[in-house]
Design a protein around this ligand. Structure first.
Ligand SMILES: [Zn+2]
Length: 412
């Protein structure tokens, strides 16, 4: 069975990153849209593909997997408008709860942004870099190319039928079953293998070149695209180290369809330099860090909580520390403590206790920080301060689902 992890195993952009022999960099200036504004599918194949995607979109639109955050929704849509201008009207974006670092673009303009992406993004420019890459796939009609290629190889019309059947199955589970997203992911995997995953290396390189051009035109620093990849690779390295494994770039394998990540980062950096040099007079770019921090602040505790629960402490600690470069706050310290608590190696209980104690002295500590601090103090034998901290938790969150349990602990 395909799991949620497998769905996004490639990381960033449902299509992930892939490529073998060094290919020549595609120049951003060479990228032109292949889809005219208002494009509708013409032939039967493509109409069938759109139909399946449309049904999937209906399920997604009404599912409880969507992040309930109207301000963030408007913000992401605003970035797409900045990138695509008028053509943004052809797209719809759905932010879904999924802790993996990923986004995907479908042939009909449906875009999926996963909460794991929002958890990791440091500024608006980085968000724009990922969205720009996905828009590049859309404007170059990569999913249609991929679909035609797939059909030529298989010579069967399995796609549309499979899509309809699976999507029909999804409607039974979405909304009631927490595994709903996995079913959606499965249906995407199975029915749309041609559309978002396994784009060819050439398509990925085109989307990179197009994306970096879109962000530069929109006034974002074009370096943001390479930065996103740098953070991604560093996080995967940290994750592998914590599991005593060596980081392997999956995109380096001969069968991979994506260019190796190192090559991608070099190409993106070279493209950024080229675009900067071509703009005369030199532009003043804005990475939109303050705007991004303001919109993500109320969501950050929830976003990080999804990541921490994956119990990938190497990645979680990397992420918390990377975000803390902009300054520690109560949420980040609390999450640091949670990552140590779940890792549970010798010394981690003390590390977690220290982090919780710090968290409750800082701004924006979630109520749970007081609870964690309370239990850590009780475990360390500091009953008085432990009780005080638990009482603070109850005061801040009197209707917490575990309030009765905490009251019981206090009564002991
Ligand atoms: Zn891609």
């Amino acid at each position: 069975m395909t799991t949620r992890r497998a769905f996004v195993a490639g990381g960033l952009c449902g299509c992930a990153m892939h490529g073998a022999a060094q290919a020549e960099r595609i120049r951003p200036a060479a990228m032109q849209a292949l889809v005219a504004p208002g494009y509708r599918p013409v032939d039967a194949d493509e109409r069938g593909m759109w139909h399946s995607v449309a049904r999937l979109e209906e399920e997604l639109a009404s599912s409880n997997l969507r992040l309930d955050a109207p301000q963030m929704q408007r913000y992401v849509e605003g970035v797409i408008v900045r990138l695509l201008g008028e053509r943004a009207r052809e797209t719809r974006v759905y932010i879904v709860h999924d802790p993996d670092f990923n986004a995907a673009m479908f042939p009909n303009g449906m875009m999926i942004v996963q909460t794991g992406l929002l958890a990791r993004i440091r500024d608006e420019a980085q968000l724009a870099a990922v969205l720009g890459h996905e828009c590049g796939h859309y404007l170059r009609r990569h999913s249609l190319q991929r679909w035609r290629d797939y059909r030529r190889k298989t010579g069967i019309m399995a796609f549309v039928g499979a899509g309809t059947r699976i999507v029909a199955g999804v409607s039974l589970s979405v909304g009631v079953d927490p595994r709903g997203w996995i079913d959606i992911a499965n249906s995407i995997n199975t029915a749309l293998v041609c559309s978002i995953r396994q784009f060819s290396r050439e398509s990925e390189r085109e989307a990179d070149a197009f994306g970096v051009r879109l962000i530069e035109q929109a006034g974002y620093p074009p370096d943001a695209a390479a930065e996103v990849w740098r953070h991604y690779v560093e996080e995967r390295r940290a994750s592998a180290r914590a599991r005593d494994k060596r980081y392997r770039d999956k995109a380096r394998s001969a069968t991979s369809t994506h260019p190796p990540t190192a090559e991608r980062m070099l190409d993106l950096t070279a493209s950024a330099r080229e675009l900067e040099a071509a703009s005369a007079p030199p532009r003043l770019y804005d990475d939109g860090r303050d705007a991004w921090r303001a919109v993500v602040a109320p969501l950050r505790a929830g976003l990080l909580d999804e990541q921490i629960k994956l119990n990938d402490p190497g990645a979680s600690l990397y992420l918390v520390n990377a975000l803390a470069q902009d300054g520690w706050d109560g949420t980040l310290r609390y999450c640091e403590g949670e990552a140590y608590r779940l890792r549970d190696e010798p010394g981690d209980a003390a590390r977690a206790g220290w982090a919780y104690a710090q968290a409750v002295t800082l701004d924006d500590a979630p109520p749970e920080a007081w609870r964690a601090n309370g239990y850590a103090l009780l475990n360390a034998g500091d009953a008085d301060r432990g009780r005080q901290s638990l009482a603070r938790y109850l005061a801040r969150k009197p209707d917490a689902t575990d309030a009765a349990m905490v009251r019981f602990a206090l009564a002991q």
